[in-house]
Design a protein around this ligand. Structure first.
Ligand code: FER
Length: 253
């Protein structure tokens, strides 16, 4: 583990290298979801899929999560967007980096979608795993974490999972994000993977995202849930196949 500083916040990260790491190679930045961390089994499995396809993977704990700095209650999508840009810049500056890819699960998948748009000239491809596109919509409606609240007079804090508390500023930041605008700003290749029995992020959001992206592939995993408890092998295959395809497309280009 090593530290990447993001304007005073210490982000803890790991760099997973392919077995035969020689010369330049693509680097994929990989982000976990809400209350997640970089050693979750689906994150490790996706990292392995990418390293087997010849990509280096920069796996990080995001603001307020895992071993990184910042309090959980103070995290917002804005802070994660800033983290994602910092991680992308770190990856770009690795001396072995060729192309940069951005990947994430759930809230990290949403962050990948946002970051791909923010840094569209620097991102060669994006993978969104069960992307939590609905967070900004639900923040505007006043229903997050299964909890109803007044979306105009936002409470100072929301009770979150596992005895966590989330500051109302999370809601304020999320309300201003219109995901469609970000989708439309990114025309690079996109892979979306989503289980069709996801109780946290309905599969319709993955489908809707894949339909809207100009250059996307959608893999729906039948019967799987939010963290792929049943068919992680199918997720791994989808990611690896797509990553290898991208490599071939780049070689042919
Ligand atoms: C919510 C449902 C899902 C929510 C966040 C998520 C903040 C994110 C899930 C994940 O990242 O795994 O209502 O509210």
């Amino acid at each position: 583990m090593f530290t990447i500083m993001d304007d005073g916040i210490a982000l803890q990260a790991e760099l997973d290298m392919p077995e035969k790491a020689e010369g330049k190679m693509p680097v994929a930045v990989l982000m976990h979801g809400f209350t997640g961390y970089k050693e979750e089994w689906h994150i490790l499995a996706v990292s392995k899929a990418l390293t087997e396809a010849g990509y280096a993977v920069l796996r990080a704990d995001m603001f307020g999560h895992g071993k990184s700095g910042g309090e959980f209650r103070n995290h917002t999508l804005f802070k994660w967007m800033g983290n994602a840009m910092t991680l992308i810049d770190y990856a770009r500056n690795l001396d072995f980096a060729s192309e940069i890819y951005i990947c994430g699960h759930s809230q990290g998948g949403l962050t990948a979608m946002l970051a791909a748009a923010l840094k569209r000239d620097q991102i060669s491809g994006m993978i969104a795993l069960s992307p939590a596109w609905m967070i900004p919509e639900l923040a505007r409606k006043g229903n997050l974490l299964g909890l109803d609240f007044d979306p105009v007079h936002i409470p100072d804090e929301l009770p979150a999972w596992n005895n966590n508390v989330l500051d109302g500023n999370y809601v304020r930041a999320a309300q201003t994000i219109h995901v469609e605008e970000y989708i439309d700003r990114y025309d690079g290749p996109v892979l979306i993977v989503h289980g069709d029995n996801d109780g946290a992020v309905p599969v319709e959001y993955g489908i809707k995202a894949a339909e809207r992206y100009q250059n996307s592939k959608l893999v729906v995993i039948p019967g799987d849930d939010h963290c792929y408890a049943f068919h992680l092998d199918q997720v791994v295959k989808a990611v690896k196949d797509w990553a290898v395809e991208q490599k071939k497309a780049r070689a042919g280009a």
